[in-house]
Design a binder for this molecule. Structure first.
Ligand SMILES: Cc1ncc(COP(=O)(O)O)c(C=O)c1O
Length: 487
């Protein structure tokens, strides 16, 4: 649940601090629809770089940023349709691109949502609390960035084996970066570090645990869900059907957009993907894998499992091979020879590793349900190749330069992708996955027995999470008014 308990004295202090730093907070309504952003702010953005540490960039926490480095306005949702020449299926597969968010990943939205709800309620004290961002990379990058824009101190926590780009980026942004043992799926070690920090610093730290913070999923329900809907409406022909949403689960936050879509398009299926090497949702499995950002050997608290219809486990080797096919010049030449148009080729670097995983899930869903050209399957491209350039170099060092033979083999692999390692959830499968939450969250992380049951049995539980948006927006507007009065 989202705690909106107010600390009036601290709200006043926070508003004064924001006035000193010239901070104005965007509402959820503005992030979902930047046409609501005041003209004066749009004017200011013309002189500001997209990744610059400038508080006005809070208004760029939206899917609609103009795809330019600096000075961009809001020119509509960035998305890319992956054509049948690549996917091998007639269904239309469309991904929203996270590349043009500040930080280059949509996770900055979840981070803003978590911090803003504690700032406007006065639960967070920027002078006393350091914001702690436990993550496998993009969320702590987003958290460190949002902290800087809000003049707060930050600690980023991520596993030591995450990509170099993530660590490089954090060097200049986070006040402190802590590398925990292991790779992508070692989230228990991150939780342990949070407990250590809590024990050592008490109120000196404020942990924004994306895996259990409901503002994370709220942001996607209120911002990503409507973005899917708008793109679908723009692309839909007379016979089009929104057949499905395919999303990998890291913190499970993005899946909130699936709930939004199911409410508005009840026939749409929601598929969740994970790595075949760590098939927790498929069969309670565990293991290390290379799809950075997803699949952490547990079921996140914020995952509304009842609204998930299917799981697909994706081989991480397939994602690495396609990363090469989509980005190596020889790979692109080969795709061009298969009829892929230049405007698609030049945007294939919009897909990072988990984005490729999402695309593969969409292809598997299209094959499983025998979807046609009337069907639209939507997904997100959370981050882009820019976060994995070092991985491409590692692959070259390990396997040699990419050749046309590699491209032919990788393309064929994609065409032959099967419907193995998938499970369409029956009621009892959903219950099994939900029940797995018990071991992480009730046994280890202090959640209550009542709440885990409420998540499953109380039909109002998830709706009351999403209903917090109106109250939060009201509080953000009120907070901005206070800030104005202190200027
Ligand atoms: C690259 C990447 N892909 C996918 C995800 C998963 O998104 P979510 O945490 O909303 O489930 C993340 C999360 O950090 C990520 O960094």
């Amino acid at each position: 649940m989202i705690d909106l308990t107010r600390n009036e004295a601290q709200i006043e202090k926070n508003a004064k601090l924001c006035a000193q730093q010239d901070i104005i907070l965007p509402t959820f309504a503005q992030m979902a629809d930047p046409s609501l952003v005041p003209e004066k702010i749009k004017e200011e953005l013309k002189g500001i770089g997209r990744d610059e540490v400038h508080s006005r960039n809070l208004f760029r926490v939206t899917w609609e940023n103009e795809p330019v480095e600096s000075g961009g306005g809001f020119t509509g949702i960035n998305y890319l349709e992956i054509p049948p020449e690549i996917t091998g299926v007639p269904a239309r597969i469309i991904g929203l691109s996270g590349k043009y968010f500040p930080t280059g990943a949509h996770k900055v939205g979840a981070a803003y949502s978590c911090l803003v709800s504690t700032l406007v309620t006065g639960q967070f004290d920027p002078e006393k609390n350091k914001a702690v961002w436990p993550s496998t990379g993009n969320y702590c990058r987003g958290g460190a960035y949002i902290s800087r824009l809000l003049s707060c101190k930050s600690i980023a926590i991520l596993p030591e084996e995450m990509s170099k780009e993530r660590f490089e980026w954090l060097k200049n942004m986070a006040d402190e970066t802590i590398a925990t043992p292991g790779s992508e799926s070692n989230v228990k070690e991150i939780f342990d570090k949070c407990h250590e920090l809590n024990a050592e610093y008490g109120e000196g730290v404020f942990i924004f645990n994306q895996f259990d913070q409901m503002p994370n999923t709220l942001w996607h329900h209120e911002v990503t869900g409507p973005a899917f809907e708008r793109v679908f409406k723009a692309e839909a022909g007379d016979r089009s059907r929104l057949a499905g949403i395919c999303l990998s689960s890291g913190s499970g936050g993005t899946l909130g957009s699936g709930t939004y879509i199911k409410k508005n398009y009840p026939c749409a299926k929601v598929a969740v993907s994970e790595a075949l090497q760590c098939p927790t949702l498929l069969n309670n499995g565990f293991g290390a894998h290379r799809i950075e950002g997803i699949g952490d050997k547990h079921v996140p608290w914020v995952h509304n499992v009842k609204d998930t219809d299917m799981v697909a486990a994706i081989d991480d080797e397939h994602t690495m091979r396609l990363l090469r096919l989509f980005n190596e010049p020889v790979g692109r030449d080969y795709l061009a020879s298969r009829g892929v148009k230049d405007e698609v080729l030049k945007r294939l670097d919009w897909l990072g590793v988990s984005s490729i995983c999402n695309m593969l899930t969409a292809v598997k869903m299209a094959k499983y349900y025998e979807l046609t050209e009337d069907d639209v399957v939507m997904t997100v491209f959370t981050d882009s190749e820019a976060m994995y350039t070092s991985r491409l170099a590692e692959l070259t060092a390990e396997r040699g330069a990419y050749t046309r033979d590699d491209a032919v083999a990788d393309y064929e692999m994609l065409q032959q992708l099967g419907i193995d390692s998938m499970l369409e959830f029956r009621y009892e499968d959903k219950k099994r996955v939900h029940n797995l939450k018990y071991y992480t969250w009730v046994e280890q992380q202090g959640k209550t027995y009542d709440e885990i049951n409420a998540q499953w049995y109380d039909r109002d539980y998830w709706e009351s999470v999403y209903a917090a948006r109106d109250e939060l927006d009201r509080m953000i507007v009120e907070f901005n008014n206070k800030v104005e009065s202190y200027r």
